[in-house]
Design a protein around this ligand. Structure first.
Ligand SMILES: [Zn+2]
Length: 475
């Protein structure tokens, strides 16, 4: 019998406050192929403070047409300078500031990190489960039984595992819609997120209109994490309209987004979620709707008119047989739409697969290879579009000087990717997480040389495995 997972060590208040992102240290002189020691290695210097020059990338997609050429703002043979977590320059033959950490990116591609607008990381515990079920069967057979038996230590191990998987796939920002209720579980969840160094929004689903708990979680757990932000989560439905209104009022009081699942299944039309969100006055740019598959034309028009934001989750929708979001209608009306992995329902953090599926499902639906979204549309949706949907495009999602330094480096010299024909198309149609060579969040390297930095991956996997074994044994 395997032992229970090692409980995560309690962080100091300062550790939680710094969120692993702000400690100062001397700059390093490492190549991108450096092999960092695991976390806790006595010789491992702490990187931060940080002036980093990404040198000589063969292609940089800035996603900003005013910085580079074409709709994706492309620059060939370019450098990216990051200082104090910010992009300070992008261009050719930049001077390395004194003491800068120079990372050789020759032969590689750089672009903004992926923005995952909708996930549920804890559901890593049910990967590969209930594969022949639809949404409701999946709730009944997999989600609900596991959720009630989670302990803080087990939850920590699953969230850490899934968050690191997202990071290694190139995700630099994620929004986690979390339906975990008790304070100790929430504390463990936020600590796991903060410990990975990813930029995140914690969308809390309060089981009742408990403004005290919501405020406490935001102020005590999420606000102190420099890369953390807060949202209020809900399930819009007539039967719980009063709860939805309380959630919307709480979101307004705190100045954060309301985040709701909407019409994932055709049966949910009976819940009239768009009608409910309209009646409580939530339609607007502070509302994020997830899935948004089975909307009428009039509902899509209302969403567009009020600048409501949407998260499209094609891998999950395909897996659960939920339907296909009508992307061309959303695109034609200019709705700000991001992409979402949707946690355990697609069993993967593969953003390349997500982009490819976002294109492929629309083509299969319409039998039209020219339908929206095309490659450049989906690359923008995966980065800047997601940031726009979340209202954070002033900070992340593209690479002009002044934005936070969230970017990925992709190595095309791989069996699945080479040779060069059209690198932009190859990112979407050939890319895989293992081609993601480096990941920077807020100027800090979380992945380098194809490996996560300062992470003992074997231990992360071992502890999640032990926690899952323990949960199965107690079922
Ligand atoms: Zn979801």
């Amino acid at each position: 019998m395997q032992s229970a997972p090692t409980p995560p060590s309690a962080p100091s208040r300062r550790a939680l406050l710094t969120g692993l992102g702000l400690a100062a240290a001397a700059p390093l002189a490492l190549g991108v192929t450096a092999r960092p020691a695991p976390l806790g290695h006595p010789d491992q210097p702490v990187q931060a403070g940080r002036t980093v020059l990404l040198r000589g990338a063969s292609l940089v997609l800035t996603m900003d047409p005013s910085v580079g050429s074409g709709p994706l703002g492309a620059i060939e043979n370019a450098d990216v300078l990051m200082q104090n977590g910010t992009i300070s320059a992008v261009g050719t033959a930049l001077q390395a500031p004194r003491g800068a950490w120079v990372v050789d990116a020759s032969g590689k591609l750089a672009m903004p990190g992926f923005v995952d607008t909708h996930t549920h990381l804890w559901q890593a515990v049910i990967r590969g489960g209930c594969t022949d079920r639809d949404l409701f069967g999946w709730f009944q057979g997999c989600t609900d039984p596991q959720r009630g038996r989670l302990t803080p230590a087990a939850l920590h191990s699953f969230v850490r595992l899934a968050a690191l998987d997202a990071v290694q796939s190139g995700v630099t920002t994620l929004v986690d819609w979390v339906d975990i209720f008790s304070y100790d579980l929430i504390e463990s969840y936020v600590r796991a997120l903060a410990g990975t160094g990813v930029r995140f929004a914690y969308a809390m689903f309060p089981p009742k209109p408990d403004a005290v708990l919501v405020t406490k979680v935001k102020k005590e757990l999420v606000d102190p994490v420099p890369l953390g932000s807060f949202q209020v989560a809900t399930h819009a439905a007539r039967a719980v309209q009063d709860l939805n209104r309380a959630h919307w009022e709480a979101a307004q009081d705190m100045g954060v987004m309301l985040n709701s699942h909407v019409l994932e299944r055709p049966e949910q039309r009976a819940d009239d979620p768009i009608g409910v969100l309209t009646d409580i006055g939530a339609l607007g740019p502070r509302l994020l709707i997830n899935h948004a598959i089975h909307l009428t034309d009039a509902e899509i028009a209302a969403v567009a008119e009020h600048d409501v934001r949407a998260a499209h989750c094609p891998l999950s929708n395909m897996r659960l047989g939920s339907g296909i979001m009508r992307m061309s209608e959303f695109g034609r009306r200019g709705v700000k739409v991001g992409l979402g992995l949707d946690g355990g329902t697609n069993d993967s953090s593969d953003f390349h697969a997500l982009m490819k599926t976002a294109i492929g499902l629309q083509r299969a639906r319409t039998t039209d290879a020219g339908v929206f979204p095309q490659v450049h549309d989906v690359l923008r949706m995966a980065t800047l579009g997601g940031a726009e949907a979340l209202g954070i495009a002033d900070r992340v999602g593209s690479l002009p000087p002044g934005k936070r330094a969230d970017l990925v480096v992709i190595d095309p010299a791989a069996l699945n990717f080479a040779p060069r024909f059209d690198w932009v198309g190859q990112i979407v149609f050939n890319g895989r997480p293992e081609n993601v060579d480096a990941v920077f969040v807020d100027g800090r390297a979380l992945k380098l040389g194809g490996r996560l930095v300062e992470v003992d991956t074997d231990r992360v996997v071992r502890e999640a495995e032990a926690a899952a074994t323990h949960l199965r044994a107690t079922a």
